[in-house]
Design a protein around this ligand. Sequence first.
Ligand code: SF4
Ligand code: SF4
Length: 543
Amino acid sequence: MSKIENLELLVVGGGPAGLSAALAAANYGIKVSLAEEREFLGGQLIKQTHRFFGSEKEYAGTRGIDILRKLIDEVNKNKNIEVLLSSRVLGIYEDNVVTILNDHKMKKYYPQSIIFATGASEKFLAFENNDLPGIFGAGAVQTLMNVYGVMPATNVLMIGSGNIGLIVSYQLLQAGVKVAAIVEAAPKIGGYSVHASKLRRLGVPILTSHTIKKAIGKEKVEGAVICELDNDWNEVKDTEQLIKCDAICLSVGLTPLVDLLKQRKVKTTYVSELGGYVPLRDENMETSIKNLFVAGDVSGIEEATAAMIEGQIAGLSVAKRIGKNNKKEIEKRIEEGKNELELLRSGPVGKKIRKGLSKLGLNHGKNYNENFSEEALDISHLMKTGVPSEENLKNKLPSEEKVFDKGPIAISECFQRFPCDPCVKSCPFNAISENGNINNIPYVDFEKCTGCGICVSKCPGLAMFVVHKNFSETTSVVIMPYEFLPRPHKGEIVKVFDREGKYLCDGKVIRILDGKFQDKTAAVSIEIPKRYYLQARNFKVEE
Ligand code: SF4
Ligand code: SF4
């Protein structure tokens, strides 16, 4: 082993939190060493081909893989950051001495500060035959498809309807893999409703209050037996059904990777809302051990946007402590980061995180009014099925039918309160509003809307449509978002579907906007018989 090397800041983990932490500190002159155990940076971002929700400030509307490119570019340009790839942290000892294995050589480091951004691991599920080949974690499926270009199977049963399960199901469909069904043990869908709705439009069943009993197959997965669950999570008799599939994908949650922190005797506690054992830490992300900080999933499972902000807060906190200049400015930026986190966590979907953080003694969500109804709309049907109710739809449509007579107008099919605003920010006519709070439901001002269709490509949830009811005497046109290959061509006749993926009619493609601006979410105008203008919300190109 070589002699001990002194460092200012060691960041462990090159995912979104680690990269953000390294940049935040390095930008204030701190010398940072960033250790990543893999041979490339990026963590989960490398396989995230979907656009992010959240606020514009934190890359909302940008695909995870593109966020990663920007972060890596900034890291590479920053002379204060040294990147150590294929560098596995093996241990952390008294006085924060760290050992790192690289190229079969072990090196000892003595950093003044450390930020752990080690992320999380996937949870597994107990059921009969769960060791058959063909049973994957969702992360493995995403890595196979999006990093190595390998199709994991031809027909997948997804277990779990959190955002990861829903996103990976959509990406499987994009790769040409059938998704037999999404099975969810809870009585409601765990992820965002817009993700669930786009899968339902594509014809994927979502079975809430169901669970997997066993995998079927001799050498590999050939199917699965699922059953219904009652309100007490017990099996409902005679509800077993066989689902044919050649792979089962488990997306049943993540758990923070705190092993190294435990080795250093950082105080941890079990918080189910945050995914398992999490380190005790303060608002500046410092743990019970002085100069040892955390950021991202290792401090509690949350969205990547929150992980990046936490990374910035941790990096800035180190800069404030060991840097020499700009203390006031750094303090201001830390406060801005905390306010941003506060806002992201302040709506109904942040309730679980707020509860978890309160168990760590952190009073997040101060601005949240607990008396405010959980949802502005009753979305119980939507969260059970992925399909909006008649009432939900009525709420978003113009109150007077004659509004449709003025020309094309945008219809937002986004009914859940969660932090997201690219639709609002994208509209050049200020026709979409969330009433000043990113957690509110977006509404279209039909007076201002010109039907330009810009928001159709900019919404990460594919929840914006433009409807031109009176396109002709007998036909309407609906502009729909489209993210599949092959793309349709102008004049092509396509199959048109409703919100449950049921065939409605044939439609004619009359325009495709699919340039750099649309960034792979094409806006396709489909002409359909007029009677379907309120139902037509998806189409398929015949292979
Ligand atoms: S269609 Fe155009 S004008 Fe209407 S809400 Fe969308 S972006 Fe704004
Ligand atoms: S409609 Fe707006 S708030 Fe809803 S998912 Fe799309 S961009 Fe986000």
